[in-house]
Design a protein around this ligand. Structure first.
Ligand code: MLT
Ligand code: MN
Ligand code: ZN
Length: 296
């Protein structure tokens, strides 16, 4: 199995267009690596690929990934696209895939309903793009030789659908993790997760690679930095650090590679020279970067 991290950043990316925070400034100056928005590409055979999440940066991500280039006058090695929630950073890139190309679009029923409400996405010609509903915990063929299985993780509805009260620990079809299996190997991709209960740990245990929500280092870092009014948990993202963070929760688990993805620009982990990055490394965690390829 090959997994390419197309984009390591959370919504907004690094640098974010309207952000003058120290991390965004350093990324703008080329002092730390920029991060495009969240998504990966996966293949079991190196010829047929699936995208998981289609970020607004997808066009540049495809251009930067030779394996995803067309092999014919018109065509693509991308057989399918799977979205793990309805957030803009995970679905806006679908509009980039509208040029009369066939592929399968996989999502849960709830997320397909959200996509169906958006008339702009009818630009994906229904005669070419097959919208396939996937039930939780039912393995299916995502691309030749590549099996995926969606599982619920604590999360919430997309930001643009939030009502007056928001439940951030919803367990259902709105936010899912993706288990990928091919050639006897198993990887899990969980770019958004509001908490790490024991049942989720059991679901992740033993995988050869875990790509996990690294949005924020501390729950209130955006508030303290003057960048926003919300905590990470309110945004549906468990923080990395602290006694109740993801690193502590996953510490005892038997896992192969552990990689943080979906990093917000406020997260000190985006700076390769930060003490937080050294701490994470000491705990066995790697921080993803755009273009990183792993073979779980
Ligand atoms: C998130 O991951 O919390 C969302 O992508 C936020 C957003 O839609 O910008
Ligand atoms: Mn996001
Ligand atoms: Zn910033």
């Amino acid at each position: 199995m090959r997994i390419v991290i197309l984009g390591t950043g959370a919504g907004g990316g690094l640098p974010q267009w309207n952000c003058g925070c120290p991390n965004c400034g350093r990324a703008r100056d080329g002092l730390i690596p920029a991060m495009s928005q969240s998504g990966i590409a996966v293949s079991a055979n190196g010829r047929d690929w699936a995208l998981i999440n289609a970020s607004p940066d997808l066009r540049g991500q495809l251009q930067a990934t030779p394996a995803l280039a067309p092999q014919a006058l018109r065509g693509t090695p991308i057989r399918s696209v799977l979205v793990s929630n309805g957030d803009i950073d995970h679905v806006a890139g679908l509009l980039t895939l509208r040029e009369g190309q066939g592929f399968d679009l996989f999502a849960t029923k709830a997320i397909h309903a959200v996509l169906a409400e958006n008339p702009m996405l009818s630009a994906l010609d229904a005669r070419l793009v097959r919208r396939a509903e996937v039930a939780l915990d039912q393995p299916f063929e995502l691309a030749p030789g590549l099996t995926a299985c969606l599982f619920a993780v604590p999360g919430k509805v997309p930001l643009y659908l939030e009502g007056e009260t928001v439940e951030t620990g919803l367990i259902g079809e709105q936010t899912v993790g993706v288990e990928l299996t091919a050639n006897g190997r198993r990887a899990c991709y969980v770019p958004g997760c509001a908490e790490v209960p024991d049942w989720l740990k059991q679901r992740l245990a033993g995988c050869d690679a875990l790509l996990f929500d690294g949005t924020l280092w501390t729950d209130d870092e955006m508030i303290r930095a003057g960048l926003g009014a919300k905590t990470g948990r309110r945004m549906g993202h468990v923080p990395v650090s602290g006694a109740d963070g993801s690193m502590a929760a996953l510490a005892g688990l038997a896992l192969g590679q552990r990689i943080f993805v979906h990093l917000n620009n406020s997260n000190p982990l985006v700076d390769p020279g930060s003490p937080e990055r050294a701490l994470a490394r000491a705990e066995g965690w790697q921080v993803g970067h755009d273009g990183l390829e792993i073979t779980p």
